[in-house]
Design a protein around this ligand. Structure first.
Ligand SMILES: [Zn+2]
Ligand SMILES: [Zn+2]
Length: 302
């Protein structure tokens, strides 16, 4: 029997921790300054049992520490704070593409220049904004294949329909990165894999699951189907502009995965910024003044 495996790049490793809707909602609140169980419960709308379960996992994976003294709640570790660029890039995407879709809007401010900011993903070497079409991907020394293990059914649980009052807490970007199957489809498109059969081979998905995700991603206007054969109904799946703009989130996940999960062989994927020829490393910068945004100089307004 053929065992299906997929490319275990750092994005995949990162998703094993954060590729889950409740975890994304909890992390968002942590970066917005929340830390107590009751606060997470109220602010995310996640049901109590799911919240308990995810908080235990986040402590086990060393993203949070639990402060047992006087119920101070949960604090981000260094590894957890390392997810700040992921959160920032998710907020950036929401700000640009689905502003208001959640009945819960977060504006970002750069404290040093005092302006509202939309972070720009910028190459550390040449200081230009990164366009995914200017990045080449190559297998690195640490690339291995893994057999994906997870449930086959789409999990539209209480968590996926998290609500605060009657306001929904999720949107396309949270739904996407909260679903590892959907993220793998988008990863495939970014790495030049665009046809159904090729995506199926790259992701090891059952065809019905793949069809379901392709349909959903088209509904969300993240990918579009383009016919490539004149005589037959055959399609390539291409990212839309809205879809391409998810790139900084993937990059942020990749850098976090490289930092915390790469083994001694080296990184699984090597990305090159083709305009300058350097290995791609990015930082979020303020679009108003050009300085680097980090956890200490970025503020949020709800
Ligand atoms: Zn560059
Ligand atoms: Zn600024």
């Amino acid at each position: 029997m053929k065992i299906d495996t997929i490319r275990a790049c750092s994005i995949w490793r990162a998703l094993e921790v954060v590729g889950d809707v409740p975890v994304l909602l909890i992390m968002e609140q942590a970066f917005l300054g929340k830390g107590r169980f009751q606060e997470f419960l109220e602010e995310t709308g996640i049901v109590r049992s799911v919240l308990s379960n995810r908080l235990v996992k986040l402590v086990e994976t060393d993203v949070f520490t639990k402060d047992t003294q006087r119920q101070k709640g949960y604090r981000l570790t260094e590894k957890g704070r390392g997810l700040f660029p992921v959160a920032l890039m998710i907020l950036r995407w929401q700000r640009r593409w689905e502003w208001g879709a959640r009945g819960f809007e977060v504006r970002m401010f750069h404290r040093e220049c005092g302006n509202e900011t939309i972070p720009q993903p910028t190459c550390v070497e040449c200081k230009t904004e990164i366009d995914p079409r200017d990045v080449s991907w190559a297998a690195g020394p640490g690339l291995s294949q893994v057999t994906p293990v997870y449930g086959r059914r789409r999990k539209q649980t209480a968590a996926a329909s998290a609500k605060r009052g009657n306001r929904t807490m999720t949107d396309s970007v949270i739904e996407l990165f909260g679903d590892r199957w959907a993220t793998l489809v988008v990863r495939a498109c970014f790495t030049g894999i665009n046809r159904f059969d090729e995506i199926q081979r790259d992701t090891a998905m059952a065809t019905n699951i793949l069809s379901d995700r392709l349909e959903r991603l088209q509904e969300q206007d993240i990918i579009k189907a383009i016919p490539y054969s004149a005589n037959e109904q055959r399609f390539e799946y291409r990212l839309t502009e809205k879809g391409r703009d998810l790139y900084p989130v993937l990059l942020a996940l990749l850098q976090w995965g490289d930092r915390w999960f790469a083994d001694e062989k080296g990184p699984p994927l090597i990305l090159t910024h083709t305009p300058c020829g350097h290995k791609l490393q990015y930082v979020p910068v303020c679009d108003q003044c050009g300085d680097v945004l980090d956890i200490s100089n970025t503020g949020f307004n709800l």
